[in-house]
Design a protein around this ligand. Structure first.
Ligand code: LLP
Length: 420
C-alpha cells in the first residue's frame, strides 16, 4: 500500500468536506479496506510458517477496528485488563490472546486465568511468582513465555526502544535460563515459550535480525537441554513510512528474517504488529481555526491538538499534513502547525510548507491510525474526538464524539467524606 493512495479529496469514496460538515472535527477516519489489505499482506508474507498474528491492541483499540482485524484472523496482544475486555468483546478467542506488559496486577492475572488467555508473556521473576501463586490457588496451570531482553539497539526513538539492557522490559537470557533450569519450582506455570519485542517504528531490519539470532540461539540451547519450546513470539515493531523518502521495511523481508532465524523450529510463531496494521489506514481530519502571524513565525492553528494526537509532541514524530480542496493560485507558506492547547509542545509541525490556508479550511493529518485516538486524552477539558470507519463509499461512526457530560461523568463533589 502506498501512502496517501486514497487522498486528497476523497477517502475511500467519501467526500471529506461533507463528512467534516456532518460529523464535526477533529475526526479520526479509518479505512476498512486498508485495514483488511494490511492483514492479508501480512498473512501472505507469513505463508508457510505456522504463524499467528496477535494485533497489539494499544495501537488502535477501537472496537470496530478490532472486530475488523479479528474477522481477518487476528488475535490480540494486550497489556491491561481493559485491553483484554476490548479484545474479548471484539470476538477474539481468549486462546488467541497473549498478555504482555511489565506490570500486571493480581486482578488482571486472575482475570486472564479465568477467561483462559492463551499465554502470559512474563517480564520478571516477581510476575512469575505471582502467576504461580494465583494459578495454584485456582488449581490451574498457566501457559507462559519468558520475555527476553536481547540487549539490542532498535535504532528508533529512545522513548519507544524496549530491547536494551537498561530498559524496563523483559529479562536477560541468563535470568531466563535460570527460570527454565528451576522450572519445577513453579508447577502451575507451564513455561514453554519465548517472547521479545525490541521497540517500535523499526525502519531497519538489522536490529530485528540480531535480536532474532540471539533468541534463536537461546531456543536451540534450551531444546538441547530438553526444555520443550512450543511458541516463539517475535513481538511487533515493524515501522511504516510517515514521511516522503523514508524507507520502511517490506513485510516479506520481515517475514523472511523470521523464517531464516527460526529455521527448523517446529512450534508456533507469533507476531505482534500494531502500527504496521493500522497507522496508514487512518487520518485525523481537522479544521483550521485561524492563521496567525507571530513575531517571528507564522502559525496555523487547528481545532485538533496534542490531546487528540500526541505523537508529534511526545516523540517529535513527523506526520504529513495536507490541506484539502482546490489549491489553484495559492502560494506555499511555511507554517508552524499547532493546536489550541496551552503548551508550546502542542505543535504538529514546525516550519512545514503547506498551501496557504485560511480559517475554515480542512487539513488531513496522515498516518494517524496508530497511537492516535488510543493515546488521546481530555487535557484542557477537550472532549475525545469522534471516530468513523469508511468502506465502499459509506461511513459509520464507531465512536461518538464525547459529550461534555460524559467527560465529567465520573467526577463528584467532595460530599461523601469517609474515614479509612
Ligand atoms: N508488542 C509489545 C509487547 C509492545 O509493547 C508493542 C508496542 C507492540 C507489540 C506493538 O508495536 P508496534 O508494532 O506498534 O510497533 N506510542 C508509540 C509506540 C509505543 C509502542 C509500545 N509498544 C508511538 O506512537 O510511536
Amino acid at each position: 500500500m502506498t501512502q496517501h493512495a486514497v487522498l486528497p479529496e476523497g477517502f475511500e469514496g467519501i467526500d471529506l468536506h461533507a463528512l467534516a460538515e456532518r460529523e464535526g472535527t477533529p475526526l479520526y477516519v479509518y479505512s476498512a479496506p486498508a485495514l483488511c489489505t494490511r492483514m492479508r499482506v501480512l498473512h501472505e508474507a507469513l505463508a508457510g510458517l505456522d504463524a499467528g498474528i496477535r494485533y497489539a491492541v494499544k495501537a488502535n483499540s477501537n472496537g470496530a477496528v478490532l472486530r475488523l482485524l479479528a474477522e481477518e484472523g487476528a488475535g490480540a496482544d494486550i497489556v491491561s485488563g481493559g485491553e483484554m475486555q476490548r479484545a474479548l468483546r471484539a470476538g477474539i478467542a481468549a486462546a488467541d490472546i497473549v498478555f504482555s506488559g511489565v506490570g500486571k496486577s493480581d486482578a488482571e492475572i486472575v482475570m486472564a486465568l479465568d477467561v483462559g488467555v492463551g499465554r502470559f508473556n512474563i517480564e520478571s521473576r516477581a510476575e512469575l511468582e505471582a502467576i504461580q501463586r494465583l494459578a495454584a490457588a485456582r488449581g490451574m496451570v498457566a501457559r507462559a513465555a519468558v520475555r527476553i531482553n536481547p540487549d539490542v539497539d532498535a535504532l528508533t526513538h529512545a522513548k519507544i526502544s524496549t530491547g536494551k539492557a537498561e530498559n524496563k522490559f523483559g529479562v536477560s537470557i541468563e535470568e531466563a535460563r535460570s527460570w527454565f533450569d528451576a522450572h519445577a519450582q513453579w508447577p502451575n506455570v507451564q513455561l514453554d515459550g519465548l517472547h521479545m519485542h525490541i521497540g517500535s517504528q523499526l525502519l531497519s531490519l538489522a536490529p530485528v535480525r540480531l535480536a532474532l539470532a540471539r533468541m534463536a540461539a537461546f531456543w536451540r540451547e534450551l531444546q538441547a537441554a530438553g526444555h520443550g519450546i512450543a511458541s516463539i513470539d517475535v513481538g511487533g515493531g515493524l515501522g511504516v513510512r510517515y514521511r516522503e523518502g523514508e524507507q520502511a521495511p517490506d513485510a516479506r523481508d520481515y517475514a523472511d528474517a523470521i523464517r531464516a532465524a527460526l529455521d527448523g523450529f517446529g512450534g508456533r510463531i507469533l507476531v505482534e504488529p500494531g502500527r504496521w496494521l493500522v497507522a496508514e489506514a487512518g487520518i485525523l481530519l481537522a479544521r483550521v481555526l485561524l492563521e496567525k502571524q507571530g513575531q517571528t513565525r507564522r502559525f496555523l492553528v487547528l481545532d485538533a491538538a496534542m490531546n487528540d494526537l500526541l505523537r508529534p509532541s511526545l516523540y517529535e514524530a513527523w506526520h504529513d499534513i495536507v490541506r484539502i480542496g482546490d489549491a489553484t493560485g495559492r502560494e506555499r507558506i511555511d507554517y508552524d502547525v499547532v493546536g489550541p492547547v496551552c503548551e508550546t509542545g502542542d505543535t504538529f509541525a514546525t516550519g512545514r510548507e503547506l498551501v496557504r490556508c485560511e480559517a475554515g479550511d480542512l487539513v488531513v493529518i496522515h498516518g494517524a491510525g496508530a497511537y492516535g485516538a488510543s493515546m488521546g486524552s481530555t487535557y484542557n477539558s477537550r472532549p475525545l474526538p469522534a471516530e468513523v470507519l469508511v468502506d465502499g463509499g459509506r461511513y459509520a461512526v464507531v465512536r461518538r464524539r464525547q459529550s461534555f457530560d460524559a467527560m465529567i461523568a465520573e467526577e463528584c463533589r467532595a460530599e461523601a467524606w469517609r474515614t479509612t
